[in-house]
Ligand binder design. Structure first.
Ligand SMILES: C[S@@+](CC[C@H](N)C(=O)[O-])C[C@H]1O[C@@H](n2cnc3c(N)ncnc32)[C@H](O)[C@@H]1O
Length: 288
């Protein structure tokens, strides 16, 4: 097998000089030739897309994201398939596993948690497979921030409160402190900041926000296992959430939502359902 880094470099270079014709020929959600990278959604099997469900139900091999994919979903939809967890496997192991199965005529699905486009490391696997001549494509899923907002019964954008959403992660082993932008997003005021991969670091993250002078009363909600049967919500503020989370003991699998939208407080009626047309708004603007 080609070194995965060489494959990534070669695929990246090819993209720089030639547009992938499939971008124009295919639509998102369309079943295509090759290995689909399917978003399993946040956990509840009902939140898998119809296309995702059809693909995993007809798969011979499902390579899934381990404990981030609800075992109920695997039992319900992949009962007849060989199931392999990707946890602890590197590209050198994963790519030949999927390639060999595909080349021997087996139907392979790569099942990511949530949506593969968010902290999924899907593209490097896709590039390594494409370099080996195996087409790949993405079937989107419900990312955990959307499940968390549904749990909180809120919107991530909320008129008069939040016009923007940041999907982000905190500094740690794989992100340098200078690349941690949580403080900047929170400081913007009208951003709902959704922190992935940060359950273990909520206390430290909040301490940094406090040190940087952010309002300690800013609402924060931590949604553990959004959409799973053991889902839990811990609510607080930048000043209080660290202690509350420590008491709860969660170290992983939670989504941290920072900003007033988490509490659905102080929003204003939108223009959309307030005589929008009478104000001269057009349908396309309303859609935007
Ligand atoms: C490697 S990232 C994968 C994210 C995934 N691709 C998505 O779109 O949700 C894993 C992180 O996603 C978040 N996460 C995944 N599933 C979750 C769930 N059901 N509830 C809350 N957070 C979840 C957690 O922050 C976890 O640390």
């Amino acid at each position: 097998m080609t070194d995965p880094q060489d494959a990534i470099d070669a695929e990246s270079a090819a993209r720089a000089s030639e547009r992938d014709p499939r971008i124009d020929a295919r639509t998102a959600g369309e079943v295509q030739e090759g290995i689909p990278f399917v978003g399993a959604g946040p956990g509840d099997p009902g939140l898998l897309t119809v296309t995702g469900k059809e693909l995993v139900e007809s798969a011979d091999l499902v390579v899934h994201a381990g404990s981030l994919v609800n075992s109920e979903l695997l039992e319900e939809h992949c009962e007849d398939a060989e199931q392999v967890s990707s946890i602890g496997k590197d590209l050198e192991e994963l790519v030949p596993l999927m390639r060999d199965a595909h080349e021997s005529g087996r139907s392979v699905v790569r099942l990511h948690s949530g949506d593969p486009a968010i902290y999924g490391a899907a593209v490097e696997q896709m590039d390594a497979l494409e370099y080996e001549g195996i087409p790949t494509y993405i079937v989107p899923g419900v990312t955990s921030a959307f499940a968390a907002s549904a749990t909180l019964r809120t919107q991530l954008t909320l008129n008069g409160v939040s016009n923007h959403v940041a999907f982000t992660r905190p500094q740690g082993k794989t992100l340098d402190p200078e690349d941690d932008h949580i403080g900047e997003f929170v400081g913007m005021g009208d951003v709902t900041t959704c922190v992935y991969l940060g359950t273990h670091a909520v206390g430290e993250t909040m301490d940094r926000l406090l040190e940087d002078g952010h309002d300690p009363d800013t609402p924060v909600a931590v949604v553990y296992h959004a959409s799973w049967p053991d889902e839990e919500v811990i609510e607080g503020t930048i000043g209080t959430i660290g202690g509350r989370l420590e008491a709860a003991g969660y170290r992983a699998s939670a989504l941290v939502v920072i900003g007033d939208a988490a509490r659905k407080a102080g929003y204003e009626r939108s223009y959309l359902y307030d005589g929008w047309a009478n104000r001269g708004g057009t349908e396309s603007e309303a859609d935007d």
